[in-house]
Design a binder for this molecule. Sequence first.
Ligand SMILES: [Fe+2]
Ligand SMILES: [Fe+2]
Length: 296
Amino acid sequence: MFEQARTESQFSEHEIKRFMARLKDLPTLPVIVTRIMQIAKDEKSSAKDLGRMIAKDQSISSRILRLANSAFYGYSRTITSIPQAVVVLGFETVKSLALSASVFDVLGRSDSRFFDREKFWLHSIGCAKACELLAKQVRYPDPETAFLAGLLHDIGKVVLDRIFPEEYQQVANSIREASRPIVEVEKEVLLGVGHDDVGFWLGQHWKFPPLLLESIHHHHHPEDSEPHGILLASLVHVGDSITRKVGIGSGGDPLVPNIRLNSRKILNLDDDALLVLSMNLSKERANIEEFLQVLG
Ligand SMILES: [Fe+2]
Ligand SMILES: [Fe+2]
């Protein structure tokens, strides 16, 4: 029997503990991520501090440089060092890239029992790009955070697939039999818990900033977000739907969710604005594929 989606307060303490206990089995994010977030929060820290911190991690630095020089960013001059990347791409972009590379290291490569990990990451990177484009289109002041929010919005799916593989196999089978929104099927199979909840819990466990947590938790229903997070959650909601519409990667089911009226209103989006976003995102397809190749 389908159980309606419940808010966090409706989960029993036992259920939350059961999930949290399993989340603790997941690797922690590398220390460098916590440091980068601290640097980003500290107004006294400079671009140089960030550059120095990232440069200590060879694997992350080399991928940031390759990403910085990829068509995704489209700079004509070659970027040869992290400090230069910080100057050319900006503090926030380099921070986002470092976090993207770290999250990918922890969750990206492992094989999935059922879902196509490559299509999942293409959907995530596509949504990240859609969110960044939309942020610029509606003059949201922080397009880099929009990028990161888009990249991580469905991260709970990877977690569910890892910690509840049998149940997630069941989710996949149900969707194969009849196209239904993945989050609806998850909540049915996993007693009301969906990838939005699990992504939120993982984000808490990994100490993501509150704004990012809100957008992960409420990307399907941005109006449930705390007032400070509603804009970003709406951006991700729209980005998710447009990425599915344009057909980049796979969100786990073949449906294109309707954009909620509230999100259209809050972002002041008419049909033309959505069409512009779709067209701009379509042009990025090859760059998005390249981005995944460099990340992996
Ligand atoms: Fe989702
Ligand atoms: Fe999604």
